[in-house]
Design a protein. Sequence first.
Length: 408
Amino acid sequence: MPTRSEPEAAIPSPVLEGKSIPPPTGLLAATVRCETAGAVSAIVVGALDSATLRRVRQDALTMRARHGKRITVEARFVDTPKARALLANLDDLVAHDIHVVLAAIAPRGGPVHVPPPVLPSPVTSEIELPAPTVAPPASPPVVETGASVEAAPVERSPDPFDLDLALRRAWLRPLRFLFDHYWRIEVSGLEHVPDDAPAIIAANHSGAVPADAFMLAVALELRQPSRCLRVLYDRFVDALPLVGPLYRRLGGVPASLANAELLLRRGGIIALFPEGIAGVEKLCTERYRLRPFKTGTARLSVRTGAPIVPVAIVGAEEAYPVVARLYRVGQLVGIPWIPLTPIFPLCGIAGALPLPSKWHIQFCPPIAAPVADGRSEEELVAETTAHLREALATGIADLLARRQGIFV
């Protein structure tokens, strides 16, 4: 069975019927459309409740991830205070460059007729939402967070980032050799990773070449083969010939809050590096000194309720000991900089091989998403970021104190 989604042929515009409903349930008719791609997703006449709004929100974020900008959500609803309060949960879509247009219908004494959304013809359906014939799967527990965002049910639709599971498994085999025999990686604390719930893996970044990301995936999938760790990568990777598409097929995802939130709301587990690209810019004299953290990791936890699992990695810094960086040369080939190590480029291609340092990976106790207590999102994000930095610094110090040497 192919793992990559095949292009769908254009289908005729469906005939959508309106529906009369008793007030004041606030019945909803909604469309999510992308003007540039001509794609439309329709949710037609559904009860205006949290479950329906999750479907609207999920469609919008999925279309944003696939088609980029100029995404619009149009919603018709019976105007009641309860409906207005529920629709306020869509306000944060503005942060993802998604425009929300609300069309209120005045409540009446008798049944209310909600017209269907108008779809262009012909149209390619972005996400099909047939009426369920069986009970839907149970949703994950609702987590009260600073942004009051409910956790969405796990989705089973095709992967929006072109993941090729067969190719990923084929690549994991040679990576397993590096894991077991070259770097002889010792892993501890895997019990802190949820078995089947959304989670954010946050690790210190190092080594000039992102081998730490691949080794994290191997470490997790050795214990939980059913889980696929999705690593967020910097946008410049997409501009590299062959590399960008390969990263996507192996499970990589362009780093953005919208993409990460989409994966978490599908029940996924993601990995990112709070230091960003600055983490791999460290010279060998600066190894294991954490750079300033970006706030995206904490913000994702606050908005989705997903826990953060800090991961301390020791050994990757010595695999690629950087002594200098060539920024101008790197920009000529489309990357931020070229690393200079004691053997690269003096030893040619052979000098690009990593050194066989001994690695240690420690999964630390998770940091739960903060509970809303009247504080602003920025306050919750700042507090969570501070906790994450402290956890990673403690984990790194513990591993450095316990290791016997760089290569043993």
